[in-house]
Design a protein around this ligand. Structure first.
Ligand SMILES: [Zn+2]
Length: 420
């Protein structure tokens, strides 16, 4: 039989982690070990898609490739999908890190002129091209750490005009860098200064002007709100989310980070794709998420570390209750200045007590499903996009074991090597 022609053949990997169980839906966390692992092999790529996976000998016999990449070991995994990031900021907030070290909390930092509203002042002042160049810089560093697809939130503009500017900057940065992006409108991040004493009027603005403008421009697939005492209470959040849903947005929420307000249960009741943070989630919230089985728990385990909190999301209880989950960075300038998925996976393994497979699935197959991309991304299987990484690790158990270094040696997006 004549060999099939293909664009690229990758051979010689020590392991290829497919995260694929052969079923359309992702495997339950308890069944991850059933996903195929190719020991000593690689994959074939054609037209940006994966054509086949297998041992070196079968691939060499079955395919004739325009280009052959011979690895000397290493672990091949799907490109990371970071399902929770805030890259549309203009400058970092490193000075707050000193204030935090001096013992100041989130609210005190905000009162001292730091916090989200200081990022808002900077984003409002910056030009769209400059913001786009800054976001592109973030995307390049994310790609270098293995993130080939990310969810990217606006939320540091908090006026219709500067939110649209942020979303356009994200779109331009994606185009420039090759990062594959799902944009989320986070107009409900915080009440801006000019509405400080009139939070309901700001929700009116979001519902009547900002959400319709973003929908009209087609700049975001989802809308997000920060449900927290110092941001948006449950009632205002619901009004915003219901309006967003009416306009055709998918819903993602920040819930139960510091206080248990019932945000996760509300997210479930509105059919949201995810409720993220959850460090303060109570057993009733876990039960609500388990009963639905559709709203993902967005786990952001580097955040409590960065905030010097001695609390973590109840991740093992969520897994035991079969709640779908993902693991993400929450990359942002104030509460988690980390864009590295390998680092987030380390925190997932240490603080959430995840196995290597549970952590990896959280930032690949599960994250892709939470973004509605599960039939194209997040696993290595014939027909899926050829987004994959070569990790310089002896075997996959080393993922998240080493920390403070980047194991990503090569990055492929749609079958094309991306410079890292
Ligand atoms: Zn966030």
């Amino acid at each position: 039989m004549n060999p099939t022609s293909c664009d690229l053949l990758v051979l010689g990997a020590r392991q290829v982690l497919t995260l694929d169980s052969g079923e359309p839906m992702p495997p339950a966390a308890s069944r991850l070990q059933d996903c195929r692992v190719v020991e000593g092999g690689g994959l074939a790529v054609q037209d940006g898609k994966i054509l086949a996976l297998g041992m070196d000998a079968e691939l060499e016999a079955g395919f004739s490739a325009k280009e052959v990449l011979r690895l000397q070991g290493g672990v091949v995994v799907p490109g990371f999908v970071d399902a929770h990031t805030h890259p549309a900021f203009a400058v970092g907030r490193a000075e707050e890190f000193d204030w935090r070290a001096q013992g100041m909390g989130y609210v005190e930092i905000a009162e001292k002129g730091g916090g989200i509203l200081s990022s808002v002042r900077a984003v409002r002042a910056v030009s769209e091209p400059t913001l786009g160049a800054t976001v592109a810089g973030h995307f390049r560093r994310m790609l270098a750490h293995g993130t080939t697809t990310c969810e990217a939130k606006s939320g540091y503009g908090l006026s219709t005009e500067s939110e649209l500017k942020s979303l356009r900057a994200i779109e331009a940065a994606a185009k420039e860098t090759g990062m594959q992006v799902r944009s989320t409108f986070l107009g409900g991040h915080m009440v801006p200064e000019e509405y400080r004493d009139r939070p309901d009027a700001y929700v009116d603005l979001l519902c009547q002007e900002s959400l319709p403008a973003v929908a009209e421009a087609g700049l975001a697939t989802a809308a997000d709100v920060y449900i927290e005492g110092h941001a948006f209470d449950l009632k205002r959040s619901r009004r915003y989310l219901e309006r967003a849903k009416e306009l055709g947005f998918r819903l993602r929420v920040h819930a139960e980070q510091f206080e248990n307000l019932g945000g996760a249960a509300m997210a479930v009741s509105l059919g949201a794709d995810c409720a993220d943070h959850l460090e303060a989630l109570d057993p009733a919230g876990i039960q609500a998420m388990a009963e639905s089985g559709k709203t993902f728990a967005g786990l952001l385990p580097a955040v409590p570390h960065f905030l010097r909190q001695n609390v973590d999301a109840p991740a093992r209880a969520l897994l035991e209750a079969d709640v779908p989950y993902f693991v993400a960075t929450d990359f942002n300038p104030g509460t988690c200045f980390c864009l590295s998925i390998p680092e987030a996976l380390h925190f997932a393994r240490v603080r959430l007590r995840f196995s290597a497979l549970e952590a990896l699935a959280g930032a690949t197959v599960y994250a892709a499903h939470s973004l509605g991309l599960g039939t194209r991304k997040g696993r290595l299987a014939p027909g899926w996009d050829a987004d994959f990484l070569v990790l310089d690790l002896p075997d996959y158990h080393h993922l998240g074991y080493a920390f403070g270094e980047n194991p990503v040696a090569q990055v492929f997006v749609g079958g094309k090597a991306t410079l890292v």
